[in-house]
Design a protein around this ligand. Sequence first.
Ligand SMILES: [Zn+2]
Length: 266
Amino acid sequence: MTIFLIIPLFIGLVIGLAINYLADVLPITRSFSQPACQTCGTIITAKDYLLFRACSQGHRRSARAWITPIVILVISLYVWSLPPKIGYALGMIVVGYFGLVFIIDLEHRLILHPTSIFGAALGLAVGFVKRGFTSSGIAATLFGALGGLAIMLFFYFMGVLFSRIRANKLRAAGQEADDEEALGAGDVILVTVLGLMLGWPVIWFGVLAGILIGGAVSLLLLFWLLITGQYSKKSLMLFIPYGPYFITSAFMIIFFPNLVSKILVP
Ligand SMILES: [Zn+2]
């Protein structure tokens, strides 16, 4: 029995390393290029890269390079022991996609279009496997995407309106207006993809939970910054990437359905 744990251990490690590699190269070169040092840009050989070695200038790999494979390994063991409705294999592809979007958005405040296109194809597959290829199942999947898109477009234009009012106020006060956008187009696309996976009406809960998680994390961060005396107006920028919060929410709904339903119906 335990010998079979080699499978999720191996797959978890491979997916963790793949996320690392893609998160290192895609935001920089937009292609499957050779990995380079995140600090100085020196190309790292495949062997040195796989062995987590420092670059030739001595810059060490980031903490994320170590954390990612470990976290994905643990998730892989969990998904293996308690597979979701979509099964272990498809579940782990979803984990890989979530992990990659999570890290790139956190590090670069960016959701890349190629990952979104991959996500849309994956979302359709997840939707059809989860809710079936019947007319009602297909409708729930497609309306999930449409619903996610509509909810996010509403927030998006609210955000545009808000930043316009803010810019006008700044100008009226004689200050220079900044182009701070609360919600990016990437977030809108991401939630549309998550809508395919979660379906209608669960996507509603997904967005709401994402916003609540984001609010809770922001409050904790703010609290911590105030305590440690690091608070400044600039530190508010820390809270902006929404993608990781929506991903966390969708991850909980797909992989911890019992826990989520217990929270909903205590
Ligand atoms: Zn370097």
